[in-house]
Design a protein around this ligand. Structure first.
Ligand SMILES: *Cc1c(COP(=O)(O)O)cnc(C)c1O
Length: 401
């Protein structure tokens, strides 16, 4: 990592691979090759022995993917990063790596997971890791007293949470929770997809594995799928690399190049999107058709002060709100009347996206259980984009009227 500021680092780090060679490309090329030649057989032997310093076979490493990994590690200020095929493969790798570390506790391994974690992360724990004998416990990570109680009693091995959750936009106290987990010897995985390194570099809180769905803000343009983990501890990093190369969760070179390119504007996009989201959230609070607005920028948000303290003056760019008329037909009408805002799933694109969790991310959860989490039939999620905020608000105004 260079000594420059984040915005400078994400523009340059991992780029200019052969800066001193006459006529070399400025931009890291898409190296589309499954195998790599060496000068002689000794070189091949050396390449297999020194997997991080040479390239032998695509599943063991690729120059374009490595360039992205350098950029992500630089952005997160960790010793290393690993790019994966999707956000979910990054989460799988993160959990597998955290659980693999031999436990001195000599018991069934337990994962303590935030109750409102991304739906597929919960399903991964329930349907995949549970079958391998790992237990999952859920708790409200915004309630430090509850977490402390569960930790002392259940002695989990891994804590999984999101810096900012969705669609309810709850903010967890990452430094305090990491300190609590480390006190009982548990590893901490934070899904930093919505926060991004622009809001906080959580390696300085001691977070063991910082995970991203790079499909979202890191790439930012909604045109590829990718994931990443950023890890500071050399032993954990080595385990994660070993699993990646064995299982083949690798990101492909073209997708890696797309994320490298998208990331160059990450700070510009995030600042604009966060500012737009603040304005949209405030405007929504003044609309008679809206019952409740969820965004950490609002003074009424329970973690408004915490967010101010943790996130560098930003509050994230996802906003949720509940219609007074909390019905499926009212939400469908709103979605159908939007002209610029795109009714589609996902977050983190340059476009403003509108999602109805009841029919998408939370479709398979019983209505009563959904309601308990605050995800009613009137809840709508907006991922605010980089458009002119006046146009976003005008589109919402005409769609609500
Ligand atoms: C999208 C998302 C994921 C999963 O990422 P994919 O790239 O879709 O596999 C995980 N966590 C969060 C918070 C997400 O938004």
């Amino acid at each position: 990592m260079s000594q420059h500021k984040l915005t400078t680092r994400i523009v340059h780090d991992g780029e200019h691979p052969e800066r001193n060679r006459l006529g070399a490309p400025t931009v890291m090329p898409i190296v589309s090759s499954a195998t790599y030649v060496q000068t002689n057989a000794e070189g091949i032997d050396w390449g297999f022995a020194n997997v991080n310093e040479s390239f032998t076979y695509i599943r063991r490493g690729n120059p374009t993917v490595q360039a992205l990994e350098i950029a992500i590690a630089s952005a997160e200020e960790t010793k290393g990063a690993i790019a994966t095929a999707t956000g979910m493969s990054a989460m799988f790798l993160a959990i597998q790596t955290a659980l693999y570390t031999p436990s001195p506790k000599n018991k069934t391994k337990r994962v303590l997971c935030a109750r409102d974690v991304f739906g597929s992360t919960f399903t991964l724990l329930k349907d995949v890791f549970a079958l391998q004998g790992y237990e999952t416990l859920l708790c409200d990570t915004t309630n430090l007293a509850e977490v402390a109680q569960v930790m002392v009693k259940q002695q989990p091995d891994v804590l999984i949470l999101e810096a900012i959750s969705n669609p309810m936009l709850k903010v967890s106290d990452i430094p305090a929770l990491t300190a609590m987990a480390h006190e009982i010897g548990a590893r901490v995985i934070v899904d930093a997809t919505i926060a991004t390194p622009v809001l906080r570099r959580m390696v300085h809180d001691g977070v063991d594995i910082i995970m991203h769905s790079a499909t979202k803000y890191l790439n930012g343009h909604g045109d590829i799928a990718a994931g990443a983990v950023a890890i500071n501890d050399p032993e954990l990093l080595k385990s994660a690399q070993k699993f990646l190369r064995l299982i083949g969760l690798n990101l492909a070179p073209y997708e890696a190049r797309m994320v490298s390119r998208g990331m160059k504007t990450l700070t510009l996009r995030m600042k604009q999107q966060c500012a737009n989201a603040n304005a949209v959230a405030t405007w929504l609070t003044q609309q008679p058709a809206i019952k409740t607005v969820f965004h950490p920028s609002l003074p009424s948000h329970p973690q408004h002060e915490l967010c101010k303290r943790l996130f560098n003056g930003h509050f994230g760019a996802v906003v949720s709100f509940e219609l007074v008329n909390a019905s499926r037909s009212a939400v469908f009408g709103l979605m159908d009347r939007c002209k610029i805002i795109t009714p589609t799933t996902s977050i983190g694109d340059i476009y403003t996206l509108m999602t109805y969790p009841a029919i998408s991310s939370h479709r398979d959860i019983a209505p009563e259980e959904r309601a308990k989490q605050g995800i009613t039939d009137g809840l709508v999620r907006l991922s605010v984009g980089i458009e002119d905020v006046e146009d976003i608000i005008a589109d919402l105004a005409q769609a609500l009227s």
